[in-house]
Design a protein around this ligand. Structure first.
Ligand SMILES: [Zn+2]
Length: 464
């Protein structure tokens, strides 16, 4: 009978098991891990996982433990930790079908632990995040052991910790590898600082950093897997434990997965950068903005559209191309290919008509439309222009209009006309940007402007 299995359900246990497997070797799976392996892991980790050596952030994970309580400082803390772990290893029970352990639900709880050993659990007068006001929780020895090693896969973030949970073992494993690689590096260089800490104090940005690192460095997560990410941002300090949960839906994960491993990476970075409200002229390094609120990230996590971030209205330019935008709309916004094709076709015809007119009047009008009624009126003008220009085909059929451009919604006011208008603008900018610039319809010197949004543009984007 194995000691562990993949994804037993408790986030701290699962990342602990993941870290143990990754420490033992790239291909080691939970079902293969033996007591001897676990003893080896403790022997290797214990000398490093001490505040005296440099792993200082343990106070926020296991307060009052043999590693952090001042009362133990005069003793050999490495030996104390080893002894504690050996105690768990000596009492591991057979994995069964059911049990009352809080970690696996597969074994009887044979140890009662407080927040000293299990983050966010109750203890004495501090109830913390625990139901029924119990002073601790029952775990089996195997789960208790795994949790002691979970800091191997935590990411430190502004005094708190981010820990990942996912429905995909491979995703968890990819993240564990990022953290373990860092810890091994610290060990090699004899410069122990503790949990992986890339300097993100903003947990939402930290979550996207996690996703990016997992995707860029490792190919094992397939794009057709429905991977979700839950990230727990917590502290377990004596003074006040905290917990906040962030959730990345499967479609967003899949979209990012394709973006980071494909040809869209550079363009996507521009879109992400546009999400920071920051004066780019004063930015010297990533540290100057990486912890600021990012509108693109916030909107992705809140299931709001990021379409406007693909548009650089001030320059009448796009960020990314139609293919990248289509990918986002299909994967995240579940838009149909036929609708995208139709909008693209209409955008192209409007661009042709604007170019033939030699003026940017219709573009101005479309950009400034403030209501569905105004937007429809402008399209009517374009239809009239095209008749005058002798265009052989209509701009669109009534069926296209009803089905793809402005599909019916609960009420006239709720018609998502802005989305269609912005898609048309995107396609027009993409097709006509060079021409608009040649004609002097984009009035600034492109080379002297930075990549970010000008404050005025940010304002207008938010008003839309
Ligand atoms: Zn258990």
């Amino acid at each position: 009978m194995p000691i562990y299995e993949k994804l037993m359900g408790n986030p701290f246990v699962d990342v602990g098991v993941c870290g143990i497997c990754e420490w033992l070797g790239r291909n080691v799976q939970p079902e293969q891990v033996t007591v001897t392996d676990l003893e080896q892991v403790v022997d290797e980790i214990a000398p490093m996982m001490q505040t005296a050596v440099g792993w200082k952030n343990l106070h926020g994970i296991f307060p009052n433990s043999v590693l952090t309580n001042a009362a133990y400082r005069k003793q050999d803390q490495v030996e104390l930790l080893k002894k504690e772990c050996q105690g768990y290893l000596d009492t591991i029970l057979e994995l069964a079908e059911v049990g009352d352990c809080m970690g696996c639900g597969r074994r009887p709880a044979n140890t009662w632990l407080s927040r000293t050993n299990i983050p966010l659990t109750g203890s004495g007068k501090l109830r913390n995040f625990y139901p029924t006001f119990a002073e601790g929780a029952g775990y089996c020895s195997a789960c208790a052991f795994a949790i002691q090693l979970s800091p191997l896969t935590f990411m430190a973030t502004g005094g708190k910790f981010l820990t990942l949970h996912s429905n995909s073992w491979k995703a968890l494993r990819s993240w564990a590898r990022v953290c373990i690689d860092d810890v091994r590096q610290q060990q090699l260089q004899q410069e122990i600082i503790g949990c992986h800490n890339p300097g993100y104090a903003n947990p939402r940005n930290g979550l996207f950093y996690m996703a990016r690192e997992m995707m860029v460095r490792f190919q094992e997560v397939r794009t057709d897997e429905n991977v979700t990410m839950q990230v727990y941002c917590f502290t377990n300090y004596n003074q006040g434990p905290e917990l906040e949960i962030f959730y990345m839906p499967a479609p967003v994960f899949k979209f990012l997965r394709i973006v980071y491993q494909g040809q869209y990476k550079t363009e996507w970075q521009k879109i992400v950068r546009s999400g920071y409200v920051v004066n780019w002229a004063k930015v010297k390094s990533e540290d100057d903005y990486k912890n600021r609120t990012n509108r693109v990230y916030e909107n992705l996590l809140r299931d709001r559209s990021i379409l406007s971030s693909f548009l650089y209205r001030g320059r009448r330019k796009t960020r990314g191309n139609w293919d990248l935008l289509s990918l986002y709309l299909k994967e995240v916004r579940t838009m149909e290919q036929t609708q995208l094709d139709k909008i693209k076709q209409v955008g192209d015809l409007i661009a042709d008509s604007i170019k033939e007119s030699g003026r940017d009047r219709r573009l101005n009008q479309l950009e400034r439309a403030r209501s569905y009624g105004e937007c429809r009126n402008i399209l009517r003008y374009v239809i009239r222009d095209r008749i005058q220009q002798g265009a052989p085909e209509p701009l669109f059929s009534i069926d296209d209009y009803m089905e793809y451009l402005f599909p019916p919604s609960a009420s006239f006011d709720a018609t998502p006309w802005r989305e269609t208008r912005d898609l048309l603008l995107f396609r027009i900018y993409e097709t006509l940007h060079d021409w608009l610039q040649e004609q002097g319809f984009v009035d600034f010197d492109e080379d002297n402007t930075s990549d970010g949004d000008a404050p005025s543009e940010t304002q207008s984007t938010m008003e839309d």
